[in-house]
Design a protein around this ligand. Structure first.
Ligand code: NPW
Ligand code: ADP
Ligand code: K
Length: 536
């Protein structure tokens, strides 16, 4: 599992080492890790190190110091290295080391801006070391003008170099991932001590590119993480596996209230997602014409025309493919939410939610749906998140706010899908590909999460082993579903040589993805073998 922290948490963890006089040692470790990452990336792109051109954009604080020390390492390896001092001053010891190693330093002023920006855009590597965790707000003045000019020149260049952010892209908020424009978009962010939460939530994640963590010795001083990310090996450990004496009811039954005469396909796709994700049985409740379609597409599904109370299930999925006029379906959704069982509330169920929920209700909005939900809860005049753009500009805050206001577990879909619990646990999963942004993909996701809730039963599997208990348990299940869905979408695209996928193809890829991640963990392997021991 990847753990990520706020800037403040990381800075507090540095304190004992700074108090012991190890500030320069920490900076050297950070700079060394940054320089090594640059060298690895240059080699991977087929560049010779000697003579490669490096431009360091260096601010006046410690972030600039890291960049200048890294520049000194690279200059010592024979690279042509220029530093642009964006804040008038620079970390004195780092600047001296940079100059000693043969680096050239230029002060940024208005007149020099265009020439320096063009030089940066022609370089093989640009290191963004203007602002780190000590920043207040975004870039200002000449530094902002320089970053705008470099971004513009890089976009227009035939063959630009790559951009490496030092600790975080300057202008990205380390805690929330909000970005104060202009921000130089990085290919790689080399971050120190631990991942920062803002690098794993959009739009920060979008600016950060790939994220690499350089350990600097503060790890034992870090508190509990602000944000977590499951990795494929974690999935293998926490996915359920049927016991030898399992039967379909003990494996979990999911009730699905989804689809309408206008959107019948959503019901089919939700059922396909659920069936692919290991549930013992799916019961479908909906209009007869939709039920006919479900039966044809998925003969495994048991269709029922009874009420929610008539159908014994372990969890419900409600709302996919339903609209405000589907009164009968909405009444069933309300009954399911009132049942006290775990529920996934998707799409059409979101506008009709009661105002107070519990963490076992998992809401699955996309940014537009979350904006509508928050506007309804906060009142139109007070709404900070009045539209999709506002949610996309601050995804972490928006998801957290919705969890706090509703009391539910909130899963905000996107390139980095966030799952927030009212008690503060947050996961960020980014296992997918942009090809997942296809109609019906969210219905499959809802089915997958519903299936996991139905299988969870009263047990909490291994979420306690992840250090999570209580209401946070539901975030683990939802993050597990998001990760499985993302990995399956990626696998489906890979099987098409990186080409497009349909929602149905995502569902079809889930069982194999499940099998593969189970193989990644030893416990997964022993679980699989548990029913095929040799006879004694
Ligand atoms: N602690 C350590 O030993 C270690 C720290 N490490 C590294 O240090 C980084 C944190 O360094 P930091 O605390 O010096 O802050 P930093 O991010 O460089 O920015 C502050 C400077 O920028 C200025 N400034 C602020 N906002 C601004 C704005 N909007 N626009 C323009 N300027 C602005 C502000 O000036 P002021 O506004 O106060 O005049 C101040 O000079 C961290 O990210 C990591 O890289 C690692 O080496 C490990 C060891
Ligand atoms: N750019 C993207 N990169 C990766 N995954 C994405 C991207 N955009 C959307 N997704 C994922 O695709 C799914 C889309 O769901 P949703 O918006 O509900 O679609 P629909 O309503 O058409 O089913 C979500 O799982 C979301 O996380
Ligand atoms: K930076």
């Amino acid at each position: 599992m990847i753990s990520a922290y706020t800037g403040t948490q990381v800075r507090e963890a540095e304190q004992p080492l700074l108090a012991a006089g190890l500030g320069d040692v920490l900076m050297q470790r950070a700079a060394h890790g940054l320089a090594n990452a640059v060298i690895t990336e240059l080699r991977a792109r087929g560049h010779r190190l000697y003579g490669s051109r490096v431009v360091v954009l260096a601010g006046k604080g410690n972030n600039g110091g890291d960049g200048l020390y890294a520049g000194a390492f690279l200059a010592a390896r024979g690279m042509r290295t220029t530093a642009v001092l964006t804040g008038g001053a620079a970390h004195p010891a780092a600047l001296a080391a940079f100059r000693r190693a043969g680096g050239r330093a230029e002060k940024l002023d208005g007149a020099a801006q265009d020439g320096l920006a063009a030089e940066a855009a022609r370089a093989d590597v640009v290191i963004d070391a203007i602002l780190g965790t000590g920043a207040t707000g975004g870039l200002r003045g000449d530094a902002a003008g320089l970053v705008e000019a470099v971004s513009r020149d890089l976009a227009g260049a035939d063959r630009g170099g790559f951009v490496v952010a030092c600790d975080l892209p300057s202008g990205v908020n380390a805690d929330t991932g909000e970005a104060a424009e202009p921000v130089l978009r990085a290919d790689l962010t080399v971050t120190f001590g631990a991942a920062k939460a803002g690098l794993l939530a959009d739009p920060g994640a979008d600016y950060a590119g790939r994220v690499a963590v350089v350990p600097i010795g503060i790890e034992e001083h870090l508190p509990g993480p602000a944000l977590r990310r499951l990795e494929p090996t974690d999935l293998g450990r926490i996915l359920p596996h049927p016991a030898r004496r399992a039967h379909k009811y003990s494996r979990g039954v999911l009730g699905i209230v989804a689809g309408s005469t206008q959107y019948p396909g959503a019901a089919v796709l939700a059922c396909r997602g659920a069936l692919a994700a290991g549930v013992g049985m799916v019961r479908y409740l909906g209009p007869p014409a939709v039920a006919d379609l479900v039966r044809q597409a998925c003969p495994e599904v048991v269709c029922s025309d009874g009420t929610v109370a008539d159908n014994r299930v372990q969890a419900w999925l409600v709302g996919s493919g339903m609209g405000p006029g589907d009164h009968e379906q909405l009444a069933r959704a309300a009954d399911a939410i009132a049942s006290g069982l775990p529920v996934v509330a998707d799409a059409g169920a979101l506008p009709a939610l009661p105002s107070r929920l519990d963490p076992h209700v998992v809401l699955t909005p996309h940014a537009g749906e979350l904006a509508a939900l928050l506007t309804r809860l906060e009142g139109r005049d007070d709404a900070r998140f009045g539209d999709r753009d506002a949610v996309e500009a601050a995804t972490l805050d928006a998801a957290r706010k919705a969890a706090t206001l509703t009391g539910a577990t909130v899963l905000l879909k996107g390139p980095a899908t966030l799952v927030a619990a009212p008690e503060g646990t947050v996961f960020s999963q980014a296992d997918g590909t942009p090809w997942l942004a296809t109609a019906g993909s969210g219905d499959v996701l809802a089915g997958v999460i519903g299936a996991l809730l139905a299988q969870a039963g009263p047990g909490v599997w291994l979420s306690r082993s992840l250090g999570i208990s209580g209401g946070g348990h539901w975030t683990v299940l939802a993050a597990l579903g998001a990760s499985l869905h993302g990995l399956a979408g990626t696998a489906a695209s890979d099987a098409r040589s990186g080409g497009p996928v349909t929602a149905g193809a995502i569902a079809d890829a889930i069982p194999q993805t499940w099998g593969k991640v189970s193989m990644l963990s030893n416990s997964g392997a022993s679980k699989r073998n548990s029913h095929s021991q040799p006879l004694r």
